[in-house]
Design a protein around this ligand. Sequence first.
Ligand code: GDP
Ligand code: MN
Length: 379
Amino acid sequence: MIVSEELAKRLLAPYGLPVPPGEVALTPEAAAAVAQKLGGAAFVVKALIPAGGRGKAGGVKVCGSVEAVTEAAEALLGHDLLGHRVARVLVEKAMPIAREIYAGVVANSATDRLDLVVSFAGGMDIERAAQSDSQAVRQLGVEPGDVLPLHRVRQWLRQAKVADVDLEALARVLVTLYRAAADLDANLLEINPLAVLADGTLALLDCKLEIDDNGLSRQPELAEVYRQSLSPRELRARELGVSYVPLDGDIGVITSGAGLGMCTLDLLKQQGLAPANFLDTGGGISESLVKGALELILEPPQVRGAIINLYGGINRMLEAAKGIVAALQTISGKRPLVVKILGNQQEEAWAMLEAVPNVHVIRVVQTEAAVSKLAELLR
Ligand code: GDP
Ligand code: MN
Protein backbone atom coordinates (compact mmCIF):
# COMPACT_ATOMS: atom_id res chain seq x y z
CA MET A 1 0.00 0.00 0.00
CA ILE A 2 1.25 3.46 -0.89
CA VAL A 3 0.56 5.99 1.86
CA SER A 4 -0.15 9.53 0.73
CA GLU A 5 2.42 12.20 1.53
CA GLU A 6 0.34 14.00 4.14
CA LEU A 7 -0.63 10.81 5.97
CA ALA A 8 3.01 9.67 5.90
CA LYS A 9 4.10 12.97 7.39
CA ARG A 10 1.37 12.71 10.01
CA LEU A 11 2.67 9.26 10.95
CA LEU A 12 6.29 10.46 11.20
CA ALA A 13 5.72 13.65 13.20
CA PRO A 14 5.03 11.82 16.52
CA TYR A 15 8.54 10.36 16.32
CA GLY A 16 9.86 13.88 16.76
CA LEU A 17 10.93 14.09 13.12
CA PRO A 18 10.98 17.64 11.71
CA VAL A 19 7.93 17.78 9.43
CA PRO A 20 6.94 21.26 8.18
CA PRO A 21 3.60 22.54 9.51
CA GLY A 22 0.83 22.28 6.95
CA GLU A 23 -2.65 21.02 6.10
CA VAL A 24 -4.62 19.51 3.25
CA ALA A 25 -7.07 21.64 1.23
CA LEU A 26 -9.71 20.63 -1.31
CA THR A 27 -10.50 24.10 -2.65
CA PRO A 28 -8.49 27.28 -3.39
CA GLU A 29 -10.39 29.09 -0.60
CA ALA A 30 -9.48 26.37 1.89
CA ALA A 31 -5.86 26.52 0.70
CA ALA A 32 -5.79 30.29 1.37
CA ALA A 33 -7.30 29.72 4.81
CA VAL A 34 -4.58 27.20 5.65
CA ALA A 35 -1.88 29.68 4.56
CA GLN A 36 -3.53 32.42 6.61
CA LYS A 37 -3.52 30.16 9.65
CA LEU A 38 0.10 29.04 9.14
CA GLY A 39 1.25 32.64 8.95
CA GLY A 40 4.62 33.81 7.63
CA ALA A 41 5.60 35.05 4.20
CA ALA A 42 6.24 31.94 2.13
CA PHE A 43 4.22 28.81 1.47
CA VAL A 44 4.43 25.69 -0.63
CA VAL A 45 1.39 24.27 -2.40
CA LYS A 46 1.83 20.64 -3.43
CA ALA A 47 -0.44 18.47 -5.56
CA LEU A 48 -1.30 15.32 -3.58
CA ILE A 49 -1.09 12.58 -6.16
CA PRO A 50 0.46 9.13 -5.87
CA ALA A 51 3.41 9.96 -8.15
CA GLY A 52 6.91 11.31 -7.80
CA GLY A 53 8.46 13.96 -10.00
CA ARG A 54 5.81 16.55 -9.18
CA GLY A 55 8.40 19.29 -8.76
CA LYS A 56 9.56 19.02 -12.36
CA ALA A 57 6.01 18.72 -13.64
CA GLY A 58 4.87 21.93 -11.94
CA GLY A 59 3.05 20.20 -9.10
CA VAL A 60 5.00 21.93 -6.32
CA LYS A 61 4.58 25.70 -6.16
CA VAL A 62 6.45 28.01 -3.83
CA CYS A 63 4.26 31.05 -3.04
CA GLY A 64 5.17 34.43 -1.57
CA SER A 65 1.69 35.45 -0.42
CA VAL A 66 -1.74 34.12 0.51
CA GLU A 67 -3.07 35.34 -2.87
CA ALA A 68 -0.36 33.34 -4.62
CA VAL A 69 -1.46 30.28 -2.63
CA THR A 70 -5.02 30.73 -3.93
CA GLU A 71 -3.72 30.98 -7.50
CA ALA A 72 -1.44 27.96 -7.11
CA ALA A 73 -4.32 25.88 -5.72
CA GLU A 74 -6.56 27.02 -8.59
CA ALA A 75 -3.90 25.99 -11.08
CA LEU A 76 -3.56 22.52 -9.54
CA LEU A 77 -6.97 21.44 -8.23
CA GLY A 78 -9.16 19.67 -10.76
CA HIS A 79 -6.34 19.44 -13.31
CA ASP A 80 -4.40 16.42 -14.51
CA LEU A 81 -0.82 15.99 -13.42
CA LEU A 82 1.38 13.03 -14.33
CA GLY A 83 -1.70 11.01 -15.20
CA HIS A 84 -3.63 11.78 -12.03
CA ARG A 85 -6.50 14.19 -11.39
CA VAL A 86 -5.48 16.50 -8.54
CA ALA A 87 -8.24 16.46 -5.91
CA ARG A 88 -6.26 17.66 -2.90
CA VAL A 89 -3.31 19.95 -2.25
CA LEU A 90 -1.01 20.14 0.73
CA VAL A 91 -0.29 23.70 1.91
CA GLU A 92 2.84 23.99 4.01
CA LYS A 93 5.04 26.71 5.41
CA ALA A 94 7.93 27.06 2.94
CA MET A 95 11.36 26.26 4.28
CA PRO A 96 14.55 28.11 3.26
CA ILE A 97 16.58 25.28 1.71
CA ALA A 98 20.39 25.37 1.83
CA ARG A 99 20.98 21.83 0.64
CA GLU A 100 18.94 18.75 -0.31
CA ILE A 101 19.76 15.26 0.96
CA TYR A 102 18.13 12.00 -0.04
CA ALA A 103 17.39 9.60 2.81
CA GLY A 104 15.72 6.24 2.34
CA VAL A 105 14.96 3.09 4.30
CA VAL A 106 14.47 0.28 1.83
CA ALA A 107 13.41 -3.33 2.42
CA ASN A 108 15.94 -5.56 0.74
CA SER A 109 14.17 -8.77 -0.23
CA ALA A 110 17.43 -10.52 -1.09
CA THR A 111 18.81 -10.17 2.43
CA ASP A 112 15.49 -9.78 4.28
CA ARG A 113 16.85 -6.62 5.88
CA LEU A 114 16.04 -2.95 5.87
CA ASP A 115 18.85 -0.93 4.33
CA LEU A 116 19.53 2.70 5.02
CA VAL A 117 20.36 4.72 1.93
CA VAL A 118 21.70 8.26 1.88
CA SER A 119 22.82 10.55 -0.89
CA PHE A 120 24.19 14.01 -0.39
CA ALA A 121 23.13 14.75 -3.97
CA GLY A 122 19.43 14.66 -3.05
CA GLY A 123 16.52 16.55 -4.54
CA MET A 124 14.85 16.33 -7.90
CA ASP A 125 17.90 15.04 -9.79
CA ILE A 126 18.62 12.10 -7.53
CA GLU A 127 18.14 9.52 -10.30
CA ARG A 128 20.71 11.23 -12.48
CA ALA A 129 23.15 11.56 -9.57
CA ALA A 130 22.77 7.86 -8.83
CA GLN A 131 23.53 6.97 -12.44
CA SER A 132 26.48 9.26 -12.99
CA ASP A 133 28.31 8.83 -9.71
CA SER A 134 28.14 5.60 -7.78
CA GLN A 135 29.80 7.33 -4.83
CA ALA A 136 26.88 9.70 -4.57
CA VAL A 137 24.61 7.06 -3.08
CA ARG A 138 25.68 5.28 0.08
CA GLN A 139 24.00 2.25 1.48
CA LEU A 140 24.22 0.84 4.98
CA GLY A 141 23.01 -2.73 5.35
CA VAL A 142 21.52 -3.34 8.78
CA GLU A 143 21.26 -6.71 10.46
CA PRO A 144 17.74 -8.00 11.25
CA GLY A 145 16.13 -6.40 14.28
CA ASP A 146 14.65 -3.00 14.78
CA VAL A 147 17.46 -1.13 16.46
CA LEU A 148 20.08 0.72 14.49
CA PRO A 149 22.72 2.11 16.84
CA LEU A 150 23.37 5.82 16.56
CA HIS A 151 27.15 5.41 16.77
CA ARG A 152 27.15 3.18 13.72
CA VAL A 153 25.30 5.72 11.63
CA ARG A 154 27.52 8.52 12.90
CA GLN A 155 30.62 6.57 11.94
CA TRP A 156 29.17 5.70 8.57
CA LEU A 157 28.28 9.31 7.82
CA ARG A 158 31.78 10.49 8.74
CA GLN A 159 33.19 8.45 5.85
CA ALA A 160 31.19 10.62 3.45
CA LYS A 161 33.38 13.61 4.32
CA VAL A 162 30.73 16.25 3.70
CA ALA A 163 30.99 19.76 4.97
CA ASP A 164 28.05 22.05 5.80
CA VAL A 165 25.94 19.29 7.34
CA ASP A 166 25.42 18.71 11.06
CA LEU A 167 26.22 14.99 10.99
CA GLU A 168 25.11 14.47 14.58
CA ALA A 169 21.63 15.83 13.84
CA LEU A 170 21.50 13.91 10.57
CA ALA A 171 22.48 10.66 12.31
CA ARG A 172 19.65 11.15 14.82
CA VAL A 173 17.11 11.77 12.07
CA LEU A 174 18.29 8.69 10.15
CA VAL A 175 18.11 6.43 13.20
CA THR A 176 14.61 7.71 13.93
CA LEU A 177 13.53 7.23 10.32
CA TYR A 178 14.85 3.71 10.50
CA ARG A 179 12.88 2.98 13.66
CA ALA A 180 9.72 4.48 12.16
CA ALA A 181 10.12 2.41 8.99
CA ALA A 182 10.48 -0.76 11.07
CA ASP A 183 7.49 0.15 13.29
CA LEU A 184 5.30 0.88 10.29
CA ASP A 185 6.27 -2.29 8.41
CA ALA A 186 7.53 -0.10 5.58
CA ASN A 187 8.89 -1.60 2.38
CA LEU A 188 10.09 1.86 1.51
CA LEU A 189 10.38 5.12 3.37
CA GLU A 190 11.94 7.83 1.27
CA ILE A 191 12.63 11.40 2.28
CA ASN A 192 13.65 13.45 -0.75
CA PRO A 193 14.47 16.12 -0.05
CA LEU A 194 15.58 15.88 3.52
CA ALA A 195 16.49 19.55 3.52
CA VAL A 196 19.28 21.26 5.38
CA LEU A 197 17.79 24.67 6.14
CA ALA A 198 19.49 28.05 6.19
CA ASP A 199 20.00 27.78 9.96
CA GLY A 200 21.54 24.32 9.67
CA THR A 201 18.54 22.39 11.02
CA LEU A 202 16.89 19.61 9.03
CA ALA A 203 13.36 19.28 7.62
CA LEU A 204 11.48 16.41 5.92
CA LEU A 205 10.06 18.22 2.90
CA ASP A 206 8.77 15.24 0.98
CA CYS A 207 7.90 11.73 2.07
CA LYS A 208 7.13 8.57 0.18
CA LEU A 209 5.94 5.62 2.26
CA GLU A 210 5.01 2.15 1.12
CA ILE A 211 3.76 -0.28 3.71
CA ASP A 212 3.78 -4.05 3.53
CA ASP A 213 0.15 -5.15 3.13
CA ASN A 214 0.78 -8.04 5.54
CA GLY A 215 1.75 -5.58 8.25
CA LEU A 216 -1.56 -3.74 8.08
CA SER A 217 -3.11 -5.85 10.82
CA ARG A 218 -0.67 -4.17 13.19
CA GLN A 219 -1.70 -0.70 11.98
CA PRO A 220 -5.43 -0.26 12.59
CA GLU A 221 -5.52 3.37 11.42
CA LEU A 222 -3.74 2.52 8.21
CA ALA A 223 -5.72 -0.65 7.68
CA GLU A 224 -8.87 1.47 7.42
CA VAL A 225 -7.26 3.86 4.92
CA TYR A 226 -6.07 0.86 2.96
CA ARG A 227 -9.53 -0.74 2.86
CA GLN A 228 -10.94 2.48 1.49
CA SER A 229 -8.38 2.43 -1.32
CA LEU A 230 -9.37 -1.05 -2.53
CA SER A 231 -11.89 -1.88 -5.25
CA PRO A 232 -14.84 -4.10 -4.24
CA ARG A 233 -13.19 -7.02 -6.04
CA GLU A 234 -9.91 -6.54 -4.20
CA LEU A 235 -11.83 -6.38 -0.93
CA ARG A 236 -13.62 -9.64 -1.65
CA ALA A 237 -10.26 -11.24 -2.48
CA ARG A 238 -8.92 -10.09 0.86
CA GLU A 239 -11.89 -11.60 2.64
CA LEU A 240 -11.23 -14.86 0.81
CA GLY A 241 -7.63 -14.73 1.96
CA VAL A 242 -6.12 -14.45 -1.52
CA SER A 243 -4.41 -11.59 -3.32
CA TYR A 244 -6.03 -10.16 -6.44
CA VAL A 245 -4.36 -7.74 -8.82
CA PRO A 246 -6.47 -6.11 -11.55
CA LEU A 247 -4.64 -5.72 -14.88
CA ASP A 248 -5.43 -4.33 -18.34
CA GLY A 249 -5.82 -7.44 -20.50
CA ASP A 250 -8.55 -10.00 -21.07
CA ILE A 251 -7.30 -13.31 -19.62
CA GLY A 252 -8.18 -14.40 -16.08
CA VAL A 253 -5.29 -15.95 -14.14
CA ILE A 254 -5.20 -18.04 -10.97
CA THR A 255 -1.97 -19.53 -9.67
CA SER A 256 -0.74 -20.95 -6.39
CA GLY A 257 2.32 -19.01 -5.33
CA ALA A 258 3.91 -15.89 -6.74
CA GLY A 259 6.74 -17.71 -8.53
CA LEU A 260 4.38 -19.88 -10.56
CA GLY A 261 2.32 -16.75 -11.14
CA MET A 262 5.19 -14.73 -12.62
CA CYS A 263 6.15 -17.66 -14.82
CA THR A 264 2.54 -17.98 -16.04
CA LEU A 265 2.28 -14.25 -16.78
CA ASP A 266 5.56 -14.33 -18.75
CA LEU A 267 4.43 -17.27 -20.83
CA LEU A 268 1.06 -15.65 -21.53
CA LYS A 269 2.89 -12.59 -22.79
CA GLN A 270 5.07 -14.71 -25.06
CA GLN A 271 1.88 -16.10 -26.61
CA GLY A 272 0.54 -12.60 -27.14
CA LEU A 273 -2.05 -12.94 -24.36
CA ALA A 274 -2.62 -10.18 -21.79
CA PRO A 275 -3.86 -10.91 -18.26
CA ALA A 276 -7.04 -9.19 -17.03
CA ASN A 277 -6.08 -10.03 -13.49
CA PHE A 278 -3.81 -12.15 -11.40
CA LEU A 279 -5.02 -14.06 -8.37
CA ASP A 280 -2.60 -15.88 -6.09
CA THR A 281 -4.27 -18.52 -3.89
CA GLY A 282 -1.34 -18.67 -1.48
CA GLY A 283 -0.63 -22.01 0.19
CA GLY A 284 -4.08 -23.11 1.32
CA ILE A 285 -6.38 -24.53 -1.33
CA SER A 286 -9.93 -25.53 -0.46
CA GLU A 287 -13.15 -25.97 -2.42
CA SER A 288 -14.64 -22.67 -1.22
CA LEU A 289 -11.42 -20.74 -1.82
CA VAL A 290 -11.08 -21.96 -5.40
CA LYS A 291 -14.79 -21.39 -6.08
CA GLY A 292 -14.55 -17.80 -4.85
CA ALA A 293 -11.31 -17.22 -6.72
CA LEU A 294 -12.69 -18.43 -10.04
CA GLU A 295 -15.85 -16.34 -9.63
CA LEU A 296 -13.65 -13.29 -9.03
CA ILE A 297 -11.34 -13.66 -12.01
CA LEU A 298 -14.14 -14.42 -14.46
CA GLU A 299 -16.24 -11.49 -13.29
CA PRO A 300 -14.75 -8.60 -15.33
CA PRO A 301 -16.73 -8.56 -18.59
CA GLN A 302 -13.62 -8.28 -20.77
CA VAL A 303 -12.33 -11.69 -19.63
CA ARG A 304 -12.57 -14.03 -22.64
CA GLY A 305 -10.72 -17.02 -21.22
CA ALA A 306 -8.81 -18.09 -18.14
CA ILE A 307 -6.01 -20.25 -16.88
CA ILE A 308 -5.78 -21.99 -13.53
CA ASN A 309 -2.28 -23.14 -12.68
CA LEU A 310 -2.09 -24.88 -9.32
CA TYR A 311 0.71 -26.76 -7.71
CA GLY A 312 -0.99 -28.12 -4.64
CA GLY A 313 1.62 -30.34 -2.99
CA ILE A 314 -0.12 -32.06 -0.10
CA ASN A 315 -3.31 -30.01 -0.57
CA ARG A 316 -6.09 -32.25 -1.84
CA MET A 317 -6.61 -31.16 -5.41
CA LEU A 318 -9.96 -32.87 -5.67
CA GLU A 319 -11.19 -30.02 -3.46
CA ALA A 320 -9.87 -27.54 -6.02
CA ALA A 321 -11.67 -29.42 -8.79
CA LYS A 322 -14.93 -29.33 -6.80
CA GLY A 323 -14.46 -25.58 -6.35
CA ILE A 324 -14.06 -25.09 -10.11
CA VAL A 325 -17.16 -27.16 -10.84
CA ALA A 326 -19.17 -25.26 -8.23
CA ALA A 327 -18.08 -21.85 -9.58
CA LEU A 328 -18.91 -22.78 -13.18
CA GLN A 329 -22.43 -23.70 -12.12
CA THR A 330 -23.02 -20.07 -11.16
CA ILE A 331 -21.31 -18.51 -14.20
CA SER A 332 -22.88 -18.37 -17.62
CA GLY A 333 -21.07 -18.20 -20.96
CA LYS A 334 -18.76 -20.48 -22.89
CA ARG A 335 -15.37 -18.99 -22.17
CA PRO A 336 -12.55 -21.54 -22.32
CA LEU A 337 -10.84 -22.45 -19.08
CA VAL A 338 -7.51 -24.24 -19.11
CA VAL A 339 -6.67 -26.01 -15.88
CA LYS A 340 -3.29 -27.37 -14.90
CA ILE A 341 -3.46 -28.97 -11.49
CA LEU A 342 -0.71 -30.99 -9.86
CA GLY A 343 -0.59 -32.43 -6.37
CA ASN A 344 -2.31 -34.83 -4.02
CA GLN A 345 -5.32 -36.55 -5.71
CA GLN A 346 -4.48 -35.06 -9.10
CA GLU A 347 -5.92 -37.99 -11.09
CA GLU A 348 -9.28 -37.68 -9.35
CA ALA A 349 -9.24 -33.94 -9.99
CA TRP A 350 -8.46 -34.38 -13.70
CA ALA A 351 -11.21 -36.96 -14.13
CA MET A 352 -13.78 -34.71 -12.50
CA LEU A 353 -12.80 -31.68 -14.60
CA GLU A 354 -12.55 -33.49 -17.93
CA ALA A 355 -16.29 -34.09 -17.69
CA VAL A 356 -17.02 -30.34 -17.58
CA PRO A 357 -17.80 -28.48 -20.85
CA ASN A 358 -15.33 -25.71 -21.83
CA VAL A 359 -12.77 -26.94 -19.31
CA HIS A 360 -9.49 -28.21 -20.75
CA VAL A 361 -7.27 -30.21 -18.44
CA ILE A 362 -3.51 -30.24 -18.92
CA ARG A 363 -1.95 -33.34 -17.44
CA VAL A 364 1.72 -32.38 -17.83
CA VAL A 365 4.07 -30.37 -15.64
CA GLN A 366 4.96 -27.68 -18.17
CA THR A 367 3.03 -24.44 -17.87
CA GLU A 368 3.94 -23.83 -21.55
CA ALA A 369 1.51 -26.59 -22.53
CA ALA A 370 -1.36 -24.94 -20.66
CA VAL A 371 -0.66 -21.49 -22.06
CA SER A 372 -0.35 -22.76 -25.67
CA LYS A 373 -3.63 -24.61 -25.27
CA LEU A 374 -5.37 -21.44 -24.12
CA ALA A 375 -3.85 -19.44 -27.00
CA GLU A 376 -5.06 -22.09 -29.46
CA LEU A 377 -8.58 -22.07 -28.00
CA LEU A 378 -8.81 -18.29 -28.27
CA ARG A 379 -7.45 -18.06 -31.78
P1 GDP B 1 8.51 15.57 -5.95
O1 GDP B 1 9.12 16.29 -7.10
O2 GDP B 1 7.21 14.89 -6.33
O3 GDP B 1 9.45 14.62 -5.30
O4 GDP B 1 8.08 16.69 -4.89
P2 GDP B 1 8.87 17.33 -3.66
O5 GDP B 1 7.93 17.47 -2.54
O6 GDP B 1 10.12 16.59 -3.38
O7 GDP B 1 9.20 18.80 -4.14
C1 GDP B 1 10.05 19.05 -5.24
C2 GDP B 1 11.00 20.18 -4.92
O8 GDP B 1 10.30 21.31 -4.50
C3 GDP B 1 11.98 19.87 -3.79
O9 GDP B 1 13.10 19.14 -4.23
C4 GDP B 1 12.33 21.27 -3.33
O10 GDP B 1 13.41 21.77 -4.11
C5 GDP B 1 11.08 22.06 -3.61
N1 GDP B 1 10.39 22.27 -2.33
C6 GDP B 1 9.57 21.39 -1.66
N2 GDP B 1 9.20 21.93 -0.48
C7 GDP B 1 9.82 23.14 -0.38
C8 GDP B 1 9.86 24.17 0.62
O11 GDP B 1 9.28 24.08 1.69
N3 GDP B 1 10.61 25.27 0.33
C9 GDP B 1 11.27 25.41 -0.83
N4 GDP B 1 11.98 26.51 -1.05
N5 GDP B 1 11.28 24.47 -1.78
C10 GDP B 1 10.56 23.36 -1.56
MN1 MN C 1 10.50 14.49 -3.63
